[in-house]
Design a protein around this ligand. Structure first.
Ligand code: FMN
Length: 193
């Protein structure tokens, strides 16, 4: 069975609606481990032995987080500084090398609209471009990159809309047949409700 590790980088997952809805819909599935990194490390001090082992046990890795100030929450940077630095700069032969080739998927929630994330929109570029630092990181670490799963207008979504989006998320993760169109599908799903 393919082991999927979903690392959730949310500053306060207890207060989340969107990320919580996404996690809830996949957490009981066989082969899935969801892990709230901030709750495990409230002071951003990461246990690298545990986190390297967690990564190496997975077949594919998902970073899931809300966009905050056009970036990921600080816990993701702290995790990268601790875990990826150790794996790729200190213990490459025994650790980083073993991670290479695995897929890295991104699931991101955003408050703003799809049209805000366009060249002519309020945020002047697509969210995918804002996520490019993680794409470069994936490349540096030899991880397979694909188009992220994005939930726009996450704060405005009703419980029913979040349920539909969470269903899309599960399909995106586990059916593997609708990645390129997921944002269109998701926007249509939201528009239809
Ligand atoms: C401090 C802060 C900064 C934020 N910055 C952005 C931003 O740059 N772009 C955006 O689209 N949404 C932004 N948001 C909205 C969050 O992305 C949104 O609240 C979150 O995705 C909702 O998910 P949740 O219910 O799991 O918390 C921000 C929210 C907070 C609290």
């Amino acid at each position: 069975m393919v082991k999927t590790l979903v690392l959730v980088f949310h500053p306060d997952f207890k207060e989340s609606r969107a990320n919580k809805a996404l996690v809830k819909n996949i957490t009981e599935l066989p082969g899935v481990e969801t892990f709230d990194v901030q709750a495990a490390y409230p002071d951003n001090v990461i246990d690298t032995d545990k986190e390297v082992a967690r990564l190496l046990a997975a077949d594919r890795i998902v970073f899931q987080f809300p966009i905050q100030w056009y970036s990921a929450p600080p816990i993701l940077q702290a995790w990268q500084n601790a875990v990826l630095t150790r794996m790729y700069y200190i213990n490459y032969e025994n650790e980083g090398r073993l991670l290479e080739g695995k897929p890295l998927l991104l699931a991101v929630t955003a408050g703003n609209t799809p049209s805000a994330y366009t060249t002519g929109g309020a945020n002047i570029m697509p969210l995918q471009e804002i996520l490019n630092p993680l794409r470069v990181t994936a490349n540096r670490c030899g991880l397979q990159w694909s188009d992220p799963f994005i939930v726009y207008e996450a704060m405005k979504a009703s419980d029913e809309q979040l349920r539909v989006v969470a269903e899309r998320y599960r399909n995106w993760l586990f059916s593997g047949n609708d990645e390129p169109d997921i944002q269109t599908h998701q926007s249509q799903a939201l528009a239809a409700l």
